[in-house]
Design a protein around this ligand. Structure first.
Ligand code: DI6
Ligand code: FE
Length: 380
């Protein structure tokens, strides 16, 4: 809205409309001049693996030389190599490693971020990851929600015994971490190189008993009907979805699950099969966009670049891509007070120097953020 004004009180949007209509009670407050920029909700990155140790640049080279992600995973690299580095790191080292990545996202106006565990793969290191993730919200002005991704890969101690590992997660690790208040949701990697739908089903049942909502890495490399599995458990979102089927779309539509698109991983793995965007659009399934920031398949710390890729590679409109990193990302995380400019919503705001909002999506590396606010307070 041109000539718009917005008022904040107690971390929430108290009023918004045309500046000329600003009620007298808000005029006395210290005003900030937007300088003709565009104001949006703070951005929301609803799928990240931001906390981890080590680097996988060597794997990047192996893939350039033609080796596949699956082949690297099968020979003990991939996720497992990050597991080794993460298990060896202290909570403080995990925080120190994650901070530059978090700062890159904050410098682009991100005010809420989801962070998954999943590189610890046992009680103690998974707890350390989740604690590090939660600590980040005390160190920086950002809202962090945490997801338990113990079912990311089978750890070496359980080699060939994936069912036993899932049992261990369900009976011991997840209930313990939930009791410690470290878990907001439960995720899993449903794939031929990871966990089967039956194994995920058991984990989701355990999550349900603990009243934790679920989401899933689904149909990234093959169709396992993971989206329908999420839908059966009234899950928050199904993420990736390159191999999503018509049945999956219908199940997601009925359950109101969000489709989280992760074009960074698609790009890095040089995938060629695009998620069925038009079918999702026609079905009215909400589409969010996230970085999937992780050391292997998406070493990406720019949510605006993810939005650009969602448009360039997946053909989302700029409006859909922007909704995907605000309103729909909030929906994916079930944060109804975030991602919207409305009275009563969180005053998480980003001010941009762009001629129109579409420039946020169309430009690469433009650094258009002027300033941002978290719960009404200016940041940095
Ligand atoms: N899918 C992904 O994109 C990440 N995890 C997953 O299940 C990749 C994680 C990694 O390679 O470290
Ligand atoms: Fe992921």
């Amino acid at each position: 809205m041109p000539e718009g004004a917005i008022a904040e009180r107690d971390g929430r949007i108290a009023w918004l409309g045309r500046e000329a209509d600003l009620p007298e009670m808000f005029r006395s407050l210290a005003p900030v001049d937007g300088g003709g920029g565009w104001l949006t909700p703070g951005l929301i990155d609803c799928h990240t693996h931001l906390v981890y140790a080590g680097s996988r640049a060597g794997e990047f080279e192996a893939r350039l030389n033609g080796e596949s992600y699956e082949s690297i995973a099968r020979r003990g690299g991939g996720i497992r190599s990050t597991v080794r580095a993460t298990r060896a790191a202290s909570e403080q080292e995990l925080i120190d490693a994650a901070l530059p990545r978090l700062d890159a996202l904050l410098a682009e106006g991100v005010t809420t971020i989801e962070i998954k565990s999943g590189y610890g793969l046992d009680l103690e290191p998974e707890r350390r990851m989740l604690r590090a993730a939660r600590r980040l919200a005390a160190i920086r002005p950002v809202r962090v929600v945490t997801t338990f991704l113990g079912a990311h890969a089978v750890p070496p101690e359980y080699e060939g015994r994936a069912d036993d590992y899932i049992e261990h997660l369900c009976v011991s690790v997840l209930p313990e971490l939930q009791a410690e208040g470290l878990v907001d949701a439960v995720d899993a990697f449903c794939e031929s190189i990871a966990f089967s739908p039956d194994q995920v089903e058991k984990l989701f049942a355990a999550a349900g008993r603990l009243q934790l909502p679920v989401k899933l890495h689904a149909e990234q490399l093959s169709n396992q009907e993971g989206a329908a599995l999420v839908a059966r458990h009234q899950g928050m979102s199904a993420d990736h979805l390159e191999w999503l089927s018509a049945t999956g779309i219908e199940a997601m539509r009925k359950a109101g699950a969000v489709a989280v698109l992760l074009p960074g991983a698609f790009y890095v793995l040089r995938e060629t099969r695009v998620p069925p965007i038009e079918a999702l659009r026609v079905a009215g399934v909400p589409m969010a966009v996230a970085t999937d920031s992780n050391p292997g398949t998406s070493p990406l710390t720019s949510l605006l670049l993810a939005a650009n890729m969602a448009s360039t590679l997946f053909r989302l409109t700029p409006q859909e891509a922007l909704a995907g990193v605000t309103r729909e990302a909030a929906r994916a995380l079930r944060l109804p007070d975030c991602g919207r400019l409305e009275v009563g919503a969180c005053a998480d705001l980003a001010l941009w120097r762009v001629p129109q909002p579409a420039n946020l999506v169309s430009e690469l590396g433009a650094r258009p953020l002027v300033r941002s606010w978290y719960a009404g307070r200016p940041r940095g």
